[in-house]
Design a protein around this ligand. Structure first.
Ligand code: MLT
Ligand code: MN
Ligand code: ZN
Length: 304
C-alpha cells in the first residue's frame, strides 16, 4: 500500500497568502529552515496507478502536477484519481472538488451524511458540480466496518466518527453530529494499517484503541499550543474550540503519542502555518524528534 502526502498544511497553507507571522515571513525571506506546504490532502493506492484521494484541497491542481502518478496517459483524458473520500466538509478539504469538474463521468465520492448535507446546503459544492461532471456519492459506514472503494483495489477502508468540528458555515458547527469529522484507517492486503485523522479534537477511548492497533498514525498537527492563534493576535479562538488537539502540554498530542506502542510510527499532518514545529531548528521540533514524532511534508511517501 502506497500513501503520498499531497498537502501537509492546514487551511491557508504555508506560507499563507496574507500572513506575516514568524513562520510565513521567515519562509518568504529565506531566513527560516522550513519548506512550504500546500493544503491538506493525501492519496492511497495499492498498484500505484489507481488512487483514492483523501480530501480535495484547494491546492489540488498544484498537487497533481507535483505527483506524476496522478496524471497517467492511458487515454486522451485520464486521471489516477479513481475516487475521493472526505474526512469532513471543511473548505481546505472540499473545495478542490471544483477543480475535478472536467471529468467525463460523475466523480465517485465517499463522505458521511452530515458532510453530504453540508456540501449540498451550507456550501453547495455538490449542487454546483451537477452542472459539470456531477458526483456518484457513496455513504460511509461509521461503525468501523471495512469497506472497499471501487476502482482502488487492494486497499480497504474503515471510518469512525471523532470529536472535532464541522466547518464554520455548517448549521451544526457548534452542535457536532457523528460524521461531521471522521478518522480513516487504511488497510493493506497484507493487513498493515495506517490511521489518518487530520482534524482530531479530543482523546476518546475508541480513537485511542484504534491508534494503539495500527502500524502508523498520521494525526492532527495543527497547533502546538491551545492559544497559538490568540497569542499571535490572529483569532480569539483556541485550538480545542475549533476542533484541534494541541500538541504540547498535559493532555496534548505528544503525550498521547507517547502512550502508543513503541513500534508505532507517529506522524503529524495538517500543520497550521503558525505552528513552531514547521521551523526545523525550533525547540519544539527538537522536542518532537526526541519523542520519535515526524512532521509530514508535501511529497512524503509511505509504503506499508
Ligand atoms: C480547520 O481544520 O480548522 C481548517 O483548516 C480551517 C480552514 O480551512 O480555514
Ligand atoms: Mn483544516
Ligand atoms: Zn503565518
Amino acid at each position: 500500500m502506497h500513501i503520498r502526502i499531497l498537502g501537509a498544511a492546514a487551511g491557508g497553507g504555508f506560507p499563507q497568502w496574507n500572513c506575516n507571522c514568524h513562520n510565513c515571513a521567515g519562509l518568504r525571506a529565506g531566513t527560516l529552515n522550513a519548506v512550504a506546504r500546500t493544503q491538506s490532502s493525501i492519496c492511497v493506492s495499492s498498484n500505484g496507478q489507481d488512487w483514492a484521494l483523501l480530501n480535495a484541497s484547494p491546492d489540488i491542481l498544484t498537487q497533481i502536477r507535483a505527483t506524476p502518478a496522478l496524471q497517467p496517459n492511458r487515454a486522451a483524458r485520464d486521471s489516477g484519481i479513481a475516487a475521493v473520500v472526505l474526512m469532513d466538509g471543511q473548505v481546505d478539504h472540499s473545495t478542490g472538488l471544483y477543480m475535478l469538474r472536467e471529468r467525463g463521468s460523475p466523480l465517485p465520492l465517499w463522505c458521511a451524511d452530515p458532510v453530504y448535507e453540508d456540501l449540498t446546503r451550507g456550501n453547495p459544492i455538490l449542487r454546483v458540480l451537477e452542472h459539470y461532471c456531477g458526483v456518484d456519492r457513496h455513504t460511509l459506514p461509521l461503525d468501523g466496518s471495512e469497506f472497499a472503494v471501487a476502482g482502488v483495489a487492494g486497499v480497504r477502508f474503515s471510518a469512525v466518527p471523532l470529536a472535532s468540528k464541522a466547518a464554520p458555515y455548517s448549521p451544526h458547527r457548534e452542535q457536532s453530529v457523528p460524521g461531521d469529522n471522521i478518522g480513516l484507517t487504511l488497510i493493506s492486503d497484507s493487513g498493515k494499517r495506517l490511521f489518518y485523522a487530520p482534524g482530531l479534537g479530543a482523546r476518546e477511548p475508541h480513537i485511542d484503541a484504534i491508534m494503539r492497533s495500527v502500524d502508523c498514525v498520521m494525526v492532527d498537527g495543527t497547533f502546538w499550543t491551545d492559544d497559538e492563534m490568540v497569542t499571535a493576535g490572529f483569532s480569539r479562538k483556541t485550538a480545542r474550540s475549533i476542533g484541534h488537539l494541541p500538541q504540547s502540554g498535559p493532555g496534548g498530542m505528544v503525550e498521547w503519542l507517547d502512550s502508543l506502542p513503541a513500534s508505532t510510527r507517529r506522524i503529524l499532518i495538517h500543520i497550521n502555518n503558525t505552528n513552531p514545529i514547521l521551523d526545523e531548528d525550533s525547540a519544539q521540533r527538537q522536542t518532537l524528534r526526541e519523542h520519535g514524532i515526524e512532521v509530514a511534508f508535501d511529497g512524503m511517501a509511505i509504503s506499508l
